[in-house]
Design a protein around this ligand. Structure first.
Ligand SMILES: [Zn+2]
Ligand SMILES: [Zn+2]
Ligand SMILES: [Zn+2]
Length: 142
């Protein structure tokens, strides 16, 4: 899978390039699932001293300039993912047991009754569909 380069992306969006911004963005680019601020912060500890409030601020900035999107919210925790060409909007599946959030394949508007109906009403620019269940891994260990 093609992935963005953090430095290039920050420059493209006119965001000042700093070591901590690259480090955070690199983690998100490398992740296949949506990530939250606390996990990102934990992942950084050791390499860089960035406090949690700074991580939250960076995530907000990245969303504002269109680098990230809020993919998922769970009990007040927000999960973020790349909003780039490599990652078109899609629905998410969360396992109620291990809490893992899995990205589903992007849906095209023609694909489903839901979207063809919605597109008659207006233009869709955000998809926020959350499916819950038990993942294969948890089912097999149950
Ligand atoms: Zn990308
Ligand atoms: Zn699970
Ligand atoms: Zn996703």
């Amino acid at each position: 899978m093609d992935r963005c380069n953090a430095t290039e992306l920050l420059r493209l969006k006119n965001v000042k390039v700093t070591r901590s911004r690259i480090a955070i963005l690199d983690e998100i680019i490398a992740s296949d699932n949506p990530v939250n601020a606390i996990d990102l912060h934990n992942g950084l500890s050791g390499q860089l001293t960035v406090n949690l409030a700074t991580v939250y601020r960076m995530l907000k900035l990245f969303v504002d300039v269109g680098i990230l999107r809020e993919a998922f919210a769970d009990n007040g925790t927000q999960y973020f993912e790349m909003a780039c060409v490599h990652n078109p909007a899609h629905a998410h599946f969360q396992c109620s047991k291990c809490k893992r959030i899995i990205c589903l394949s992007p849906l095209t508007f023609e694909d489903t009754i839901l979207f063809s109906e919605a597109s008659k009403i207006g233009e869709i620019n955000e998809i926020n569909i959350k499916l819950k269940g038990i993942c294969q891994k948890c089912r097999s260990t149950a």
